[in-house]
Design a protein around this ligand. Structure first.
Ligand code: TQI
Ligand code: ZN
Length: 374
């Protein structure tokens, strides 16, 4: 009887945790339904385009919209501006433009020049650039003008005994091999320029990096927001958590589209996002170099999968270069290196697994006791 109760309760718990995802995977551009080709930025562009050349003291229709945009991404704080934005080009707007230009490595003019507006109307990631008035992007880099990459606070990285990292997919996503290959390609781009190797593991308990698609709230306090907006997030080392928004429409085509060819769509190139998130997983923050993988914006429907010089310099600062030279000898490095040193790690992981199962059994017991009391 008790056992049955336990069983039903654990099933319920599992159902609660394992929400189905609605992610659609498109294998090529022509299979995307025409609805997605509606140019989402056109109207924004038209509103903002006529603001070109606008400067302090002027009052122009549409400036309030622009202020809302800057407010959304953290360049204008509500305390300084209130929630009703006027169409006046005031000091608040000018300082927002200044900071924005600094962040995106544009010429700092404080004016709405064409290149600034071009950057503004680009589709971008949904997270603010500025939190409480401080930026993660170009902060404190005035003296270092050649390095544009960044790290997480404290410069966390995978420990030096760990050069062979494993990754696993959460089984309930039931991903196809085609989708898994996209991730494998993304990992290879980083292993080619570092001493790191990535191999797939079937066990999410033993893998260093766990990859999963989730919709909405998924238990880490950072719920996904439905189509567009946030696409994915990843943790800094040595926590290998890689979550992707299951509500996006993902494009998994290989090398068939290149930059700038696609019209703006709401379809997201999976490999581009994977390469970017793996950068985070390995310890890279955002870069202010526009062609870098770690630059915090990508045009909708765009594909950016090749590491830029800046990305390579950033990652090699953390791990050094590939000891096998230009990365042409990938296969030889895949030779078995596991052995004595790894077994310690393995047993720790096993204890992890045991602790997790013990705690879930305890939760079930607790719940069944509660139900009996009612
Ligand atoms: N996700 C954000 C990102 O990966 C989440 C994030 C913001 C973040 N700041 C971070 C993650 C610092 C780790 C560390 O940047 S996202 C892009 C890009 C996103 C955005 O969904 O907005 C890419 C994911 F760069 F295009 F804007 C992938 Cl490539
Ligand atoms: Zn990022």
């Amino acid at each position: 009887m008790r056992f049955l109760q336990l069983l039903t309760i654990s099933c319920l718990l599992l159902l609660l945790i394992v929400k189905p995802i609605s992610a659609k995977f498109y294998t090529n551009v022509s299979s995307i339904p025409p609805l997605h080709f509606l140019n989402a930025t056109r109207s924004a562009w038209e509103t903002f385009e006529k603001l070109t050349g606008c400067h302090v003291g002027e009052k122009i229709d549409g400036l309030s919209k622009l202020k809302q945009y800057f407010h959304r991404f953290g360049y204008i704080t509500t305390t300084t501006a209130g929630d009703n934005f006027t169409d006046d080009f005031d000091d608040v707007l000018q300082s927002a433009i200044n900071t924005y230009q600094k962040n995106f490595n544009l010429k700092v003019t404080g004016n709405l020049d064409a290149s600034t507006l071009r950057q503004i109307v680009k589709p971008r990631c949904g997270n603010p650039d500025m939190i409480d008035g401080t930026s993660e992007m170009n902060a404190g880099k005035k003296l270092r003008t050649t390095e544009r990459y960044s790290f997480f606070p404290g410069k966390p990285r995978w420990p030096s005994r760990k050069r062979d990292l494993t990754y696993a997919f959460v089984p309930q996503n039931n991903l196809t091999d085609e989708v898994k290959r996209v991730f494998a390609r993304a990992f290879t781009r980083w292993s080619e320029v570092t001493p790191l190797n990535f191999t797939r593991s079937e066990s999410i308990l033993r893998a260093d990096i766990v990859i999963g698609f989730f919709a909405g709230e998924h238990g880490d306090g950072e719920p996904f927001d439905g189509a567009m907006g946030t696409l994915a997030h990843a943790s800094s080392p040595p926590t290998g958590m890689f979550h992707l928004d299951g509500d996006e429409d993902w494009l998994i085509s290989e090398g068939e589209i290149s930059r700038g060819i696609l019209p703006v769509t709401s379809v997201v190139d999976l490999e581009s996002v994977a390469v970017h998130e793996i950068g985070h997983l390995l310890g890279l923050g955002h870069s202010s170099v526009e062609n870098a993988i770690m630059y915090p914006a990508i045009a909708g429907g765009d594909r950016k999968v090749e590491l830029a010089k800046d990305d390579i310099e950033g990652i090699q600062h953390l791990y050094g270069g590939n000891p096998n030279g230009d990365g042409g000898s990938q296969a030889s490095r895949r030779s078995e290196t596991s052995g004595g040193a790894e077994s310690g790690v393995d047993s720790i992981r096993r204890w992890d697994g045991l602790a997790i199962s013990l705690s879930s059994i305890a939760t079930c017991l607790l719940l069944s006791c509660l139900i009996e009391l009612l």
